[in-house]
Each structure stands twice: as structure tokens, then as C-alpha cells.
Design a protein around this ligand. Structure first.
Ligand code: SF4
Length: 485
């Protein structure tokens, strides 16, 4: 069964980073670069080949240093610089990179950060207000997922809630409002275990922030919604789904009865948002665990069942990811790949009938797989972690006000995580000051083995990008560092 990938528009240049896209693209590109060719010292056909090779390289391997790309083309530095200049004068080639198999790295993460200038600030060691601020308000979690790094039994004291919520409120009140998506609520532990989460949402929404809440939805009961009406001011509610049956849920979370309870909660939430005419978007996050790809039609049916309860307000989106964590090189074995391709094809067919309006975000790896290319996932190791981290790009704040440098470090009692606290927010200490001090005092955290697990996919992408930029600058390519920006 073939995967259905939307490849429109079929402009041959725009799709030249896809497998097999080269020859038609070269013919379409030639008239566009004919006049530029003499200035590069290359024949037009040769120049077109190099430009397409570059689009393909950066459309599939976005973290390639420029010197590697140059050596790959076999060009001297002066000619390579001229080829880069032509590339940047040809918008269709930029589109090709952004639409390539790894294009989501560019469009979802790298380019939005480039537009805010926070990557440059991180490379230069200059302070900047973080582009993204995660609030981790949950004092505990009712699940014990087998892959979660949280320490069993470790939780924040209930007595921390009052001061913690006051600290979050003050942070929200002082956030610059020029980026409506700057704030999100997640964990760390489960955000809905904090009875003040709804108030924080309402407070942030009143200042124009579009908050997403990441939750397991076990506590998304009618009582919670009645007691925390501010939850209706969310921009999006994202539920991490831990399986498609009671057995899956017990195997993953160890919590009995959770599968049906979460499904009931989501069904009720969907009916209520329709009844109350609330614009909050409802979405699911689902990780395909090894061996479970064959059951993806069950996921389509789960979403279809939810939609049956509210046909005019169907589930808005699904974030689908594949679990690469157990593979040393981050690559799928051939048989796993085939299983996943079949599972995805069957899933897409079922979605077309049961949830046709659903927006599916496949993420970098699955999107590459759908396009028939092996994904290059950044694999950050302790030796490639950055001792200065990237607080200009993102920080996470827990209930105690501790400002964490990486998204998977904000759990109480997690060994070594305290080394990744940039400072603590208190009354009188603002986030801007914590970041400024960390950066201007030149503080560094020397990574130790195992600490790469404090980085989630976003942190890994940012780290790979910053390392790439630094390599390009050190190689004398400051003007073109990072290829696209
Ligand atoms: S992954 Fe989330 S839901 Fe599961 S145990 Fe960890 S914090 Fe709780």
C-alpha cells in the first residue's frame, strides 16, 4: 500500500530536494540562472547541478556545515561563495529546501528562531529574553510511564503551590507580549494536578498569549473543568495518548482504568467545548512505540469515535512521532521501516474516512519516511552539548521558580538536573535577570555522560543548529553561516 504524500505544487524546482527530482529541476532552473552563470565561472548546466545538489543536501541534512557542503561539490572557496550567492538570489531554491524531506526542521524550528535573532544571541553569548518559556506547574503525576525520566515518588510539596502559583502569575504579568506563542504549560509532572492551572491560563490569555497545555488528561474531569473555568481560555489542549486499549495503558503508565477515563474525559471535553462555543483546539500527541505500528488504524478509530460525539467540532490535530530512542544510530532497521510504512499507509486510509479534517503533524522523522528518505535526526552527545546551553531560545520554570536550561530536566529529584538550573525566580528576581546573569557571567555546565537525555527533540535541534553556526563562523563563512536564515 503506497503512502499518499501531497506533493503539490509540482514545480520541479520546489520539489528538487525529493528523491528523483533532479533532471526536471535542472531544466526548469537553467533559464533562471543563465545570466548568473558567467559570474560564477561555471557553465549554466554545471551551476544548475550544484544548486540542486545544495538544495537537496540542506533539504535532507539541514545541519551540514558549509565546508562539508563545499567539499561535497568539489569547489574552491571563491567559487562556492559565488554559488551560494546565486542560491540566495533564487527564491525557488529556498522553497525547495523548506519543502524537502527535512524541511520541517527549517520551517517549524530554525527559521522562526532566526527571525527573532535568538540563535545569533546564543552564538555570540549575548543575553536575550527567551523565545519560549515553559511553565511546569504540576506538583505530581498519577502515571508512571516506563520511558519517563521522573523519579518515582518525587513530587513538589502541596505547600509549594501558593508561592509557586504567585511566582507564575508574576512571570506571566511581566512577559513581553510581542510573541503570543511564547508561553506553554507542560511538565515536568502533570500540569492538571495543580488546582491553579486554569487561573494561570486565564491570566495569560488576558494578556494575549495563546497557550497550549500538554497533559495526560487523566484529571480532565467535569469537576476539574467546573473548578478551573480558565482552562476554557486555552489556545490548545494537547493530550499525550499512551495507548489504544486498557492493556496498552497499563503497560505504559501502570495505571489501571486510565484508558477509559481519558477517553471519557476527552469525549466530554469535546461535547462541552461545542456546547459552550469555545474556540480551544483539541489535539492528541501519540508516539508509535516499537512493535505498535500495525495498530495505527486503531488510532484513527479512536479519533473517529471522539468525532462521532461532536461531528461539527472534530478533533483538530494529531502529532504523530516515532520512538527512535532505543536505536544507537537513530535509524530504523529495514523490517521496522516496512512495518511503519504499512502502518502509516493503513492509518492514512482510515483517517480519510473517519477524521478527514484532522491535521496530522508527522514530525521530522515520519515526514522523511513518507517521502522515502532516511531521516537525519540530530543525535546530540555529551561532547556536542553546549556548556552555555541556549537560554536565549528556551527555558522552563518549575513550581519552585527554578529556571531549567533543558526541557527534560525539570523534574524534582532528578539526579544531575540541578546543574542545569540557571537561577531561581523569586519575588524581586525576574526571568530576564536570571538569563542575563547566566549569560553575562559566562556560566557553563560541563556535560556528563547521560545528561544528553535532558534535551528533548527541540533542544537537540537547537543545539545542532548552534553547533553548525559556530562551525561555519570558525571556518570563515560568517556571512553565510547556517545556510538559510
Ligand atoms: S511521561 Fe508524563 S504522564 Fe507519564 S509519568 Fe512522566 S510526567 Fe507522568
Amino acid at each position: 500500500m503506497a503512502l499518499q504524500v501531497d506533493r503539490t505544487p509540482l514545480d520541479p524546482i520546489a520539489v528538487c530536494a525529493w528523491p528523483g527530482g533532479n533532471s526536471a529541476a535542472a531544466a526548469a532552473l537553467r533559464p533562471l540562472i543563465e545570466e548568473d552563470a558567467p559570474g560564477t565561472g561555471l557553465e549554466p548546466d554545471r551551476l544548475a547541478e550544484h544548486l540542486i545538489a545544495l538544495a537537496r543536501r540542506y533539504g535532507t541534512e539541514p545541519f551540514t556545515p558549509l565546508e562539508s557542503a563545499r567539499r561535497g561539490l568539489g569547489l574552491d572557496r571563491a567559487t562556492f561563495a559565488r554559488v551560494l550567492a546565486v542560491f540566495h538570489r533564487t527564491p525557488a531554491l529556498r522553497t525547495a529546501v523548506e519543502r524537502g524531506p527535512a524541511g520541517m526542521y527549517w520551517t517549524n524550528t530554525i527559521l522562526p528562531l532566526e527571525r527573532r535573532g535568538v540563535l545569533d544571541a546564543a552564538v555570540r553569548g549575548e543575553p536575550a529574553f527567551p523565545y519560549s518559556v515553559g511553565l511546569y506547574p504540576g506538583p505530581s503525576c498519577m502515571f508512571r510511564c516506563h520511558f519517563c525520566v521522573r523519579v518515582t515518588g518525587a513530587r513538589y510539596q502541596q505547600s509549594a503551590l501558593t508561592d509557586g502559583n504567585a511566582m507564575f502569575a508574576s512571570l506571566i504579568d511581566r512577559m513581553p507580549t510581542d510573541n503570543p506563542h511564547a508561553l506553554y504549560l507542560s511538565g515536568g509532572l502533570e500540569p492538571l494536578t495543580n488546582p491553579g492551572t486554569g487561573d494561570l491560563v486565564r491570566r495569560a490569555a488576558a494578556r494575549g498569549f495563546k497557550l497550549s497545555l500538554y497533559t495526560n488528561s487523566f484529571a480532565l474531569t467535569r469537576q476539574t473543568l467546573d473548578r478551573q473555568p480558565g482552562l476554557w481560555d486555552l489556545y490548545a489542549l494537547r493530550t499525550s495518548l499512551y495507548g489504544l486499549s486498557e492493556d496498552d495503558y497499563v503497560a505504559t503508565t501502570t495505571k489501571k482504568g486510565a484508558f477509559q477515563r481519558v477517553k471519557d474525559n476527552l469525549t466530554r471535553f469535546q461535547a462541552l467545548r461545542r456546547e459552550r462555543r469555545r474556540p480551544v483546539r483539541l489535539g492528541l500527541n501519540y508516539i508509535i512505540l516499537p512493535g505498535r505500528a500495525g495498530r495505527l488504524t486503531g488510532l484513527a478509530d479512536y479519533i473517529g469515535d471522539l468525532n462521532d460525539g461532536g461531528p461539527d467540532r472534530p478533533v483538530d490535530f494529531l502529532t504523530l512521532r516515532e520512538d527512535y530512542s532505543g536505536r544507537p544510530d537513530g535509524k530504523l532497521a529495514p523490517e521496522e521501516r516496512v512495518e511503519l510504512e504499512h502502518g502509516l499507509a493503513a492509518f492514512e486510509e482510515r483517517i480519510r474516512t473517519r477524521a478527514p479534517s484532522l491535521h496530522v503533524d508527522y514530525g521530522y522523522a515520519l515526514q522523511s519516511l513518507r517521502l522515502g528518505v532516511d531521516a537525519e535526526l540530530p543525535r546530540i552527545r555529551p561532547e556536542t552539548m553546549r556548556p552555555t546551553a541556549h537560554p536565549q531560545v528556551a527555558v522552563q520554570v518549575d513550581l519552585l521558580g527554578d529556571v531549567y536550561l533543558y526541557r527534560e530536566a525539570g523534574f524534582p529529584g532528578l539526579q544531575g538536573a540541578e546543574r542545569y538550573v540557571a537561577g531561581r525566580l523569586t519575588t524581586g528576581t525576574e526571568l530576564e535577570e536570571v538569563v542575563r546573569r547566566f549569560v553575562t557571567e559566562g556560566r557553563q555546565v560541563a556535560p556528563r555522560p547521560g545528561e544528553e537525555y535532558f534535551l528533548d527533540g527541540f533542544d537537540q535541534t537547537v543545539t545542532a543548529r548552534l553547533n553548525q553556526m559556530e562551525t561555519d563562523i570558525a571556518d570563515g563563512w560568517a556571512e553565510h553561516r547556517g545556510f538559510l536564515r
